[in-house]
Design a protein around this ligand. Structure first.
Ligand code: NAP
Length: 279
C-alpha cells in the first residue's frame, strides 16, 4: 500500500493553490475538478456570475477549498486584484491555468477589426496579464510555480475560419517558450497543451453548430473521435504536477493525430496493396 501511494505521490497536488481562468465552464472546469480531486485549492475566475456560481458549486461538491472571483482577463488591474484576493483567501499561488478564450468561425475577409482585436485581447493579452501578475507573485514568494497555457494546433498549422484565435494562440505559444526560459531560474515552469476538438457547449455552438459540420470535423481526426474533456484535463493535471518537474517550454498535443500530415494515401481508407507496374 505504502509503495502504491508513493508511486503516485508526485502527481498529488495537495497543498497547492491554483487559479483557473474560465474555470466555470467546459475544459477549464474539468481541469479545476481534476486538480481539486488531486488535492489542490482552486480559484476560478471569469466574467459571468452564473458560470462562477456553477463552477464553484461543482468544486465544492468535490470537497475542494474554492474561491470564485469575477475577473475579466483583459483588464490588468482586475487581474492584479484577482491574484491578491487568491493569496489572501487561499494562500500563495502555485499554479496558473490560462484557459479563458473566445472563438467563433468567420472568413477573414468578413471579420470586423474589433472582433479580431477582442479575441487577441482575451487570449493573448489576457494570458500575458495573468502570467505577469501571477509570475510576479511567484517570484516575490521565491517558491516558484507552474503556468499552463491552453493553445490549439492551429497555432502552428494556421486555422482557416478562425484567424483571430489562430493568431492569438500562436502568440501564446511564443509566450510559453519565452517565459519558460526567462523564468526557469525563478523555479517557474511554463507549459502548454494543444487539444484537438472536444465537446463543450461553447465550442459546439460557435465552431461546429450543425451535426453535418461536427461529423466533418470528426472525420478529419485519424483516431476517429473527439477527445473527452477528462482526457485533456488528466494531461493538464499531470503537466502541472511534480511528475512533470523537468518539462518546461513544451506543448503537449492531444488531438487524436488531427494535425499530422496524411501522406499521399490519407487516413480514411486502408492503404491498398500496390503491385509494381511491369515495364
Ligand atoms: P468555453 O466553455 O467557451 O470556455 C471559455 C471560458 O472563458 C468561459 O468560462 C468564459 O467565462 C471564459 N472567458 C471568456 N472571456 C473571458 C474574459 N474576458 N475574462 C475571463 N474569462 C473569460 O471554452 P472551451 O471549449 O471549454 O475551451 C477552453 C479552452 O480550450 C480555450 O482556451 C479554447 O481555446 C481551448 N480549445 C478548445 C477546443 C475545443 O474543441 N473546445 C479545442 C482546442 C482548444 P465567462 O463567460 O464567465 O467570462
Amino acid at each position: 500500500m505504502v509503495e502504491k501511494a508513493g508511486k503516485h505521490a508526485a502527481r498529488d497536488l495537495s497543498g497547492r493553490v491554483a487559479i483557473v481562468t474560465g474555470g466555470g465552464t467546459g475544459l477549464g472546469l474539468e481541469i479545476a475538478l481534476t486538480m481539486a480531486r488531486r488535492g489542490a485549492a482552486i480559484a476560478i475566475a471569469s466574467r459571468s456570475p452564473e458560470h462562477l456560481e456553477e463552477g464553484r458549486g461543482a468544486l465544492e461538491a468535490e470537497g475542494a477549498r474554492t474561491l470564485s472571483v469575477p475577473c475579466d482577463v483583459r483588464d490588468p488591474h482586475a487581474v492584479r486584484r484577482l491574484v491578491r484576493e487568491v493569496e489572501e483567501e487561499l494562500g500563495a499561488v502555485d499554479i496558473l491555468v490560462n484557459n479563458a478564450a473566445g472563438n467563433f468561425v468567420r472568413p477573414a475577409e468578413a471579420l470586423p477589426e474589433k472582433a479580431f482585436a477582442n479575441v487577441v485581447d482575451i487570449v493573448l493579452n489576457g494570458t500575458f496579464n495573468c502570467s505577469r501578475a501571477t509570475g510576479r507573485a511567484m517570484i516575490a514568494g521565491g517558491r516558484g510555480g507552474v503556468i499552463l497555457n491552453i493553445v490549439a494546433t492551429y497555432a502552428w498549422t494556421g486555422g482557416p475560419g478562425t484567424i483571430h484565435s489562430a493568431c492569438a494562440k500562436a502568440g501564446v505559444l511564443a509566450l510559453t517558450r519565452t517565459l519558460a526560459v526567462e523564468w526557469a531560474r525563478r523555479g517557474i515552469r511554463v507549459v502548454a497543451i494543444a487539444p484537438g476538438p472536444f465537446e463543450s457547449e461553447g465550442a459546439a455552438d460557435r465552431l461546429w453548430p450543425s451535426q453535418e459540420l461536427e461529423e466533418r470535423v470528426r472525420r478529419s481526426i485519424p483516431l476517429g473521435r473527439f477527445a473527452t474533456r477528462r482526457e485533456v484535463a488528466a494531461a493538464a493535471a499531470w503537466l502541472v504536477s511534480d511528475e512533470a518537474a523537468y518539462v518546461t517550454g513544451e506543448c503537449l498535443t492531444l488531438d487524436g493525430g488531427g494535425w499530422l500530415g496524411r501522406g499521399v494515401l490519407g487516413a480514411d481508407e486502408p492503404i491498398p496493396k500496390v503491385r509494381r507496374r511491369r515495364r
